[in-house]
Design a protein around this ligand. Structure first.
Ligand code: COA
Length: 174
């Protein structure tokens, strides 16, 4: 079963279980990463009453082609190892991509290598151009993220070879 709710409507115990799952799934998980998943819509996968998957979409601004696009940014996607390849991430993304399509100009995310076939299989496109962040000191390139950013285009035309700049936040900016 998949449940979908805004952070404000998710039980504290469910948020704690989701955070614990993500610490299990990602070796390099930190509190910034968890904070990046908050304030938007969560999709949670359950096996009976045990939380076995989590994904979230939050709003960010992405600068591209002289516009500040409203992006649905996907965060905290993880499925417990013993529940993978059962369609749980696909079901969670079905719910979140609906939010992206109906509420945002585009979807965006930073993908792990492992998840690339999952996202490309769902129509997400590799951002081919240079990535950067709007830092307190101005726009700075984020070369380490080149090749890891994927977008789900919406109605706004995108030049995938152009520059894409994300808004500022603590921790990993993409
Ligand atoms: C990536 C991840 C979320 C996928 O979760 P999942 O529930 O196993 O994915 P699904 O079962 O919904 O997969 C749907 C389809 O995506 C593709 N897919 C999923 N995982 C894949 C993999 N490791 N390799 C190749 N294709 C994959 C397949 O086409 C799959 O369909 P199939 O099983 O019928 O072949 C999960 O492997 C995971 O938690 N990985 C570790 C954390 C991580 O990297 N998260 C992504 C952060 S960006």
């Amino acid at each position: 079963m998949i449940t979908v709710a805004h952070t404000a409507d998710v039980e504290p115990a469910t948020l704690s279980a989701a955070r614990a799952l993500l610490y299990d799934v990602f070796d390099d998980m930190d509190e910034h990463d968890w904070e990046h998943s908050l304030g938007g819509v969560h999709a949670v996968a359950w096996d009976d009453d045990v939380l076995v998957g989590h994904a979230a979409v939050v709003q960010r601004r992405l600068l591209h082609g002289g516009r500040a696009l409203r992006a649905g940014y996907i965060e905290g996607v993880g499925v417990r190892a013993d529940h993978r390849r059962q369609g749980l991430a696909a079901a969670m993304m079905d719910a979140l991509e609906r939010v992206v399509r109906n509420a945002y100009d585009l979807g965006a995310l930073g993908a792990t290598d492992e998840a690339v076939p999952f996202y490309t299989g769902r129509g997400w496109k590799l951002w081919e151009g240079p990535a950067s962040a709007l830092t307190p000191d101005g726009i700075r390139r984020t070369p380490d993220e080149d090749g890891a950013i994927y977008v789900l285009p919406g109605a706004v035309p995108l030049d995938l070879a152009g520059e894409l700049t994300c808004d500022w936040r603590g921790g990993d900016v993409w």
